[in-house]
Design a protein around this ligand. Structure first.
Ligand code: PMP
Length: 428
């Protein structure tokens, strides 16, 4: 097995030997008839089972705050206990929050649809503009890109730094181009790199001069409480305060959900916004629905209780997730450390590991893995239009498989990276 050596600068003879060794290992994996799925960031059964008590929480009383009976219509903003919990947990005002249905992505889609059809309060609907463009920090979340693509919004790649999106690039682009109407941001433990926006980045986002007066930050805090390690600081630079301080109080729409805290698809989502934006959302939302599922809000609230309850829940989830992330890191280090064939993120939280192969190798690596029975997130998925300009990024989602399966899948992935990388080097 090649271990921690600089493969990239080896002679052709040595590369050929290593390739043969990797190909022999690949054939063994193929013969094993694997069928493993690491394609999506969903929890495994081991994580879901930790949440089953939530399902026992539905007993009277049915009243919460000013909602007399959660079993009935009413309470479009959501139950007050849930708004209080989200507000305290995230350090934002409960009065800014609307609790929605089961999906924050749905709330994001609706937010873009409203801007598209009706426009921001006092501005032209985006559908009537000649062109609408969005900044997309990359690598990023494929479903964000799918929503923007659906509306025909042109996407512009923005590189990430260790402090979040590259703000020099962002500030320059938004200052000159009124067609740039928004930016996607996963502020903490980003999907897929696990990067956290720094205080400075948040301040710059709130204060930057935008040529489009109806510019919106889509602040998707999906992983804000997903710390994998106890000593990881809790930090929530306040985007509302930053926008307020910059004189742009209506700039941000803030999304969050319990999808990766309780049950994906069966969680509780929210959107928070300035008073003007919130009033606009409620005005439109009340035409869409009479009220959301407050029964699920109540049982989720009873299960999580308060911010301390959420932290306790996250510690239990982290105890299962951490060994999975550590398995990924250990195998990548053993197989590829120092080889020069790949680099990867070492996240302290969130749900993903981001891996870069040599340029031009990601698609072929994912294809080889699939042929041997391991399905990964498609190469390119982390970029707008599914096009990774350097064809090198692969998103690893360690949460679903049990550790034993993850070990096999990771070994195979590393073998595929070696085969494709060394073949590329030999072509030169
Ligand atoms: N945002 C990000 C960044 C995500 O990774 C995910 C889940 N994969 C979502 C949103 C989806 O959240 P929800 O289930 O609340 O729609």
């Amino acid at each position: 097995m090649m271990n921690c050596q600089d493969v990239v600068s080896l002679s052709r003879e040595k590369l050929t030997l290593l390739l043969e060794e990797a190909e022999a290992r690949y054939d063994e994996f193929r013969r094993a008839g694997l069928k493993l799925d690491m394609s999506r960031g969903k929890p495994g059964r081991d994580i879901l089972d930790l949440n089953d008590q939530l399902l026992d929480k539905l007993t009277p009383p049915w009243k919460d705050g000013d909602v007399p009976d959660v079993r009935n219509y009413g309470g479009l903003e959501g139950i007050s206990g849930m708004r209080k919990l989200f507000g305290e947990l995230l350090g934002i005002s409960p009065d800014s929050i609307i609790v929605g249905g089961n999906s924050s992505l749905n709330l994001m889609y609706d937010a873009i649809a409203r801007l598209w059809i009706f426009g921001a309060p006092g501005y032209t609907p985006w559908s009537r503009e000649k062109q609408v463009r969005f900044l997309c920090p990359v690598p990023g979340y494929d479903r964000h890109f799918a929503v923007t693509a659906e509306f025909g919004i042109e996407m512009i790649n923005v590189p990430m730094t260790s402090e979040g999106p590259d703000m020099d690039v962002v500030e320059k682009l938004v200052a000159d181009d009124p067609t740039i109407k928004g930016i996607w941001i996963v502020p903490f433990y980003s999907n897929p790199e696990g990067i956290c926006c720094s205080q400075r980045t948040v301040e710059r986002l709130g204060a930057m001069k935008c040529a489009a007066p109806d510019f919106r930050i889509f602040w998707d805090n999906a992983y804000g409480v997903h710390r994998l390690y106890e000593d990881e600081p809790e930090h929530f630079p306040d985007i509302f305060a930053a926008c307020e301080a910059g004189g742009n109080p209506d700039r941000v729409l803030y999304f969050f959900s319990t999808s990766k805290i309780t049950f994906p698809g069966g969680g509780v989502a929210m959107v928070a916004a300035s008073p003007a934006n919130r009033a606009e959302i409620l005005r439109r939302m009340k035409i869409q629905t009479i009220s959301h599922d407050k029964i699920n809000q109540l049982r989720t609230l009873r299960f999580l209780r308060d911010p301390a309850g959420v932290r306790e829940q996250m510690r239990r989830l982290a105890a299962v997730l951490r060994p999975k992330f550590e398995t990924v890191a250990t195998i990548l280090n053993e197989e590829l450390g120092g080889s020069g064939l790949a680099s990867w993120s070492n996240p302290r939280g969130g749900y993903f590991v981001s891996l870069d192969t040599l340029d031009g190798c990601a698609m072929e690596t994912v294809r080889l893995a699939r042929e041997a029975g391991v399905t990964l997130t498609g190469a390119g998925a982390t970029f707008p239009y599914g096009k990774d300009p350097r064809d090198r990024n692969i998103r690893i989602a360690p949460s679903f498989p049990p550790v034993a399966e993850l070990e096999v899948a990771m070994r195979l992935l590393c073998v595929c990276i070696k085969i494709v990388g060394i073949r590329k080097l030999l072509q030169k």
